[in-house]
Write a protein that binds this ligand. Structure first.
Ligand code: SME
Length: 159
């Protein structure tokens, strides 16, 4: 059984504990889909004010991103490279923090509740997408820490 760590209440310990817990969560299991499912669940419950959290995975055959494990309402299934926030972050291999999705040209509105978004590329494998019903939900710190955590987890994921 997995229990959210009480140290999440302490601001100084939140990010190191989150990194440690995610790493423990996926250690010992090689199946990427299972690990991504658990990562999306853990992040969804550990981070406040999210309405959607999950992965879009690059499909070599179809040459587009396809919906992967996630938490939240059903979402659009396919996203071309360069389209929306996810496709742009993937194409440019750059984390994108969008304070107001309405101001992002070409934003794909899967869940009308989403107001701000953070998308982190996972090299050639795809992206992690976090959505919030709150404007300006994601800080520079969220961007830096989550990007660092995903870079740390990536070698542990066998795609
Ligand atoms: N809004 C995203 C699409 C994915 S959903 O938010 C889950 C985008 O513009 O890339």
């Amino acid at each position: 059984m997995w229990i959210m760590n009480s140290n999440y209440q302490k601001p100084d310990e939140f990010w190191p504990k989150l990194a440690e817990d995610l790493s423990a969560l996926i250690s010992g299991e090689e199946n990427a889909i299972a690990n991504l499912a658990n990562i999306s669940s853990w992040l969804f419950h550990a981070l406040p004010e999210l309405n959607w959290c999950g992965f879009y995975l690059w499909n070599e055959v179809d040459q587009e991103l396809i919906l992967g494990p996630f938490q939240g309402k059903p979402a659009c299934i396919r996203i071309q490279s360069g389209r929306g926030v996810c496709g742009t972050a993937y194409r440019d291999q750059k984390t994108l923090r969008v304070d107001d999705v309405a101001s992002f040209p070409g934003h794909i509105a899967c869940d009308s509740e989403s107001q701000s978004e953070l998308v982190i590329p996972l090299q050639q494998f795809g992206v992690l997408d976090l959505d919030s019903p709150k404007l300006n939900r994601f800080s520079k710190r969220d961007e830096v820490e989550l990007t660092r955590i995903m870079n740390q987890l990536l070698p542990m994921l066998k795609f």
